[in-house]
Ligand binder design. Structure first.
Ligand code: CAO
Length: 566
């Protein structure tokens, strides 16, 4: 099937400005093949059917007219027909149908372009003696396009505009078109909104003009009235891609209020409709994209490259707009032999989570110590009973229990900052995440409803979850729903560390190794078992005084565990 340039209305020649496909590509119906541009509009030429691109008959820069064959497509329908050698005539009639369709397109365009109109009220004379006219700017001939949407409005009511100033930009499936003012004057009304769907003849705006445009004056001296009216309409509503490519146009050069400037700025972007559509879908601001097409036109590939670059710089922790400098990539083999050890999936995911938390949350860590001599005496006294029950009881169960009490007392620690940054989501449940060191990396299973569990239950659940974590038997549910976390390095050592908050939680308690220390009791130094604690929190939610209060509550609960039954 030959793909041809469809009817172009009153345009004789267009330039091929972008080739969107390559020979051999498998195309879906309506995939863009090329983008053409006239002095009035740029337009995608879509594939009329699904198929494989057999050849391309044009290059960027070619100037071609209506009916020109731009590509040959092998459609599935055609394949079937080629298999059936008796049916060659069907294949040629297929082509004929295509060219007939193009002719029909052209007929439609010509017919509707004649019906384009700009209605005007009667001419009046202003106080200064100058003639004034009220002009209605209507959507012009938009060919067979459907679903034409207003994508930009460059003026607002009361604006004083010059001839050729941009008024609105429309976009259909096939083209974007700029509607410019034919006359200098004042905007009386903008009758549409961004994203509104319009069709041929819809009212876009009303203008009060001062006299007639220079162009119309010139034309009026040589053309009959009806012709003048039709051409005036076309001009006022011209799909003027020229102003996309020529930033010196009046609309763009004009300075004025902010809205207007914004409209003009976006009009400066030189890109075709498919590119604009893609940019909108991906949330890309085209004014940030550098065009590599002819005359710096932004192509679809430019938009994709822009997104790719953004993604890569985010993933590599590069300059993401947050001003984070990239860590230098160094070839360490220059300094000696190295081993490359792949990270486990858990390590990679953990690294992502920790990095995300670290860069997004302003962390503060507060350190304190608590005397858990009595707690330890009590724990030791439970050992035999624990053995009978088959439960190993460590300080961690008491620490989790004390945290639950502190979280009830200070609910802001058992919360998350809402995505809108304006609300705190306080959780009524208390689920404690527990950092577990496994050969595969760090995992954080969650003790659900920890506040409702006894020391025995907490002890057995801590052991059960850490065994499951090390045996890789945790279910998804075991890893979800935490509202506060505890990370205990007590069995390993250390006097304090900075745990990273497990966002979107807002706080985490780090536990280091208890040590027997001499503690002054008012009369003498006595040996006491002292446990170091480190509380990290999201400073957007919790301030230092809150942190201090939470820590005091926690240390006094652990120092005298009778408080946990209060
Ligand atoms: N001080 C001194 N001894 C401690 C202690 C502390 N703070 N906490 C625990 N211990 C003791 C225990 O009592 C136990 O001794 P006994 O066998 O004599 O009773 C021993 O250390 C081993 O305890 P454990 O580690 O088996 O059990 P736990 O309940 O203390 O901790 C778990 C369980 C899963 C938290 C732990 O095994 C673990 O994996 N910790 C590492 C967490 C981690 O990697 N955090 C860093 C994350 S990055 O922020």
């Amino acid at each position: 099937m030959d793909v041809k340039i469809p009817g172009l209305g009153d345009i004789d020649e267009v330039e091929v400005i972008e080739i969107c496909v390559a020979v051999g590509d498998v195309l879906a119906e309506n995939d863009s093949i090329v983008v053409i541009e006239s002095d009035k509009a740029s337009m995608d030429i879509p594939s009329p059917a699904a198929g494989t691109l057999k050849s391309l008959q044009v290059e960027v820069g070619d100037r071609i007219g209506e009916g020109h064959v731009i590509a040959t497509l092998e459609t599935e329908e055609r394949d079937d027909k080629e298999d059936d050698t008796d049916d060659e005539s069907d294949a040629s009639s297929d082509d004929k149908t295509n060219s007939e369709a193009a002719e029909e397109d052209q007929d439609d365009t010509e017919e509707s372009s004649q019906s384009t109109q700009t209605a005007s009220s009667e001419e009046t004379e202003s106080d200064s003696g100058e003639s004034e006219q009220e002009i209605e700017v209507l959507v012009p001939d938009i060919g067979d396009a459907s679903g034409v949407v207003v994508i930009e409005i460059a003026v607002q009511e009361g604006d004083v505009i010059e001839e050729n100033d941009l008024l609105v930009v429309l976009e259909s499936d096939k083209a974007s078109m700029e509607i410019a003012a034919e006359y200098a004057g004042t905007v009386l009304e903008v009758a549409v909104k961004v994203d509104e769907e319009v069709s041929e003849g819809s009212l876009l705006a009303r203008l009060r003009t001062k006299g007639t445009s220079k162009k119309s004056d010139d034309e009026s001296s040589e053309k009959p009235a009806e012709e003048k009216s039709a051409e005036k309409s076309k001009s006022a509503s011209s799909a003027d891609a020229k102003s996309e490519s020529e930033p010196e146009s009046k609309a763009e050069a004009q300075s004025g209020d902010d809205d207007k400037d914004q409209g003009a700025a976006s009009a400066k972007v030189y890109a075709g409709p498919a590119t604009r559509r893609l940019a909108r879908e991906l949330g890309v601001d085209l004014s940030e994209v550098k065009g590599t097409g002819s005359r710096d036109r932004i192509t679809k590939d430019d938009v994709k490259d822009f997104v790719k670059q953004k993604m890569q710089s985010t993933q590599s922790g590069g300059n993401t707009g947050g001003g984070l400098p990239q860590v230098a990539q160094i070839d360490f083999t220059k300094f000696g032999p190295v081993d490359m050890v792949p990270l486990t999936r858990i390590q990679r995911r953990g690294a992502d989570n920790l990095h995300r938390s670290w860069v997004n949350l302003p962390h503060v860590t507060q350190h304190d110590e608590t005397d858990i001599t009595d707690l330890e005496d009590f724990r030791q006294s439970l050992k035999q009973e624990a053995e009978r029950k088959g439960v190993k009881i460590t300080p961690l169960a008491f620490i989790v229990k004390a945290c639950c009490h502190a979280l009830r007392e200070y609910p802001n620690f058992n919360a998350s900052l809402h995505a809108d940054g304006e609300q705190l989501v306080r959780k009524q449940y208390i689920n404690i995440g527990m950092a577990v060191d496994t050969p595969e990396g760090l995992v954080v299973p969650v003790i659900k409803a920890a506040d409702e569990k006894s020391i025995w239950q907490l002890s057995s659940e801590i052991a059960e979850l850490s065994d499951k974590a090390r045996d890789k038997k945790l279910a998804m549910d075991d890893l979800q729903g935490g509202s506060f976390s505890v990370s205990s390095l007590g069995a390993l050592g250390g006097t304090g560390f900075t745990p990273i908050v497990n966002a979107p939680e807002v706080a985490i308690l780090g536990v280091s190794k208890l040590q027997t220390k001499p503690v002054w009791n008012g009369e003498a130094f006595v040996p006491r078992k002292v446990l170091p604690l480190s509380l990290s929190y999201d400073h957007r939610v919790i301030n230092g005084a809150d942190g201090g209060r939470f820590m005091n509550y926690l240390t006094s609960s652990l120092a005298d565990i009778r408080r946990l039954v209060l």
